[in-house]
Design a protein around this ligand. Structure first.
Ligand code: FES
Length: 164
């Protein structure tokens, strides 16, 4: 199997694709699984899905672009999810995004640092509204935040915290 056909998929992922390839809703299920394993859908992954399922590549991209959930850019090693649910929004979610982007040196349109260490994205309610405003980094939740706390939080990760 060549690299494009494989796209770095694990054995489990390939087995999942085999199981789902002929079922209704297969592309959505498979894309979810690929994103779960790889963090995003690369061009190679999209091509591999097309080859493995027999779906035209344009159809794979069509599903990817219809559902905003699917990411086509590789996320940073540390994914910063800033909650923009109602409670967090009202308590300053946007300021958290603005300050974090400023500290990371990201321009308005950028969401990943050039070194690939951090990426940032607004997300819907992550279920701890009592701690608003909240952000999470690779699943570690930081609540009742003020913008002043963000540099110290980023430093934890800059200084080599390993999280998957
Ligand atoms: S609104 Fe942010 S955790 Fe619910």
């Amino acid at each position: 199997m060549n690299d494009v056909e494989n796209a770095g998929f694990s054995k489990e992922l390939n087995a999942f694709i085999k199981e789902w390839k002929n079922k209704p809703g297969n592309l959505i299920m498979i894309l979810h699984k690929v994103q779960e394993e790889q963090g995003y859908i690369s061009q190679d992954a999209a091509k591999a899905i097309s080859i493995k399922t027999g779906a035209h590549l344009a159809k794979v991209y069509g599903v990817m672009s219809f559902y905003h959930f699917f990411k086509t850019k590789k996320p940073g090693k540390f994914k910063i999810s800033v909650c923009m649910g109602t409670a967090c929004y009202l308590k300053g979610g946007q300021e958290l995004i603005d300050e974090t982007k400023k500290l990371l040196g990201l321009e308005a349109e950028q969401d990943t640092t050039p070194d690939g260490l951090f990426s940032i994205e607004p997300v819907r309610c992550i279920g701890c509204c009592g701690l608003a405003p909240v952000l999470a980094i690779n699943g570690d939740v930081y609540g009742k935040l003020t913008t002043k706390q963000i540099p110290d939080i980023l430093d934890i990760y800059k200084n080599g915290k390993e999280k998957n």
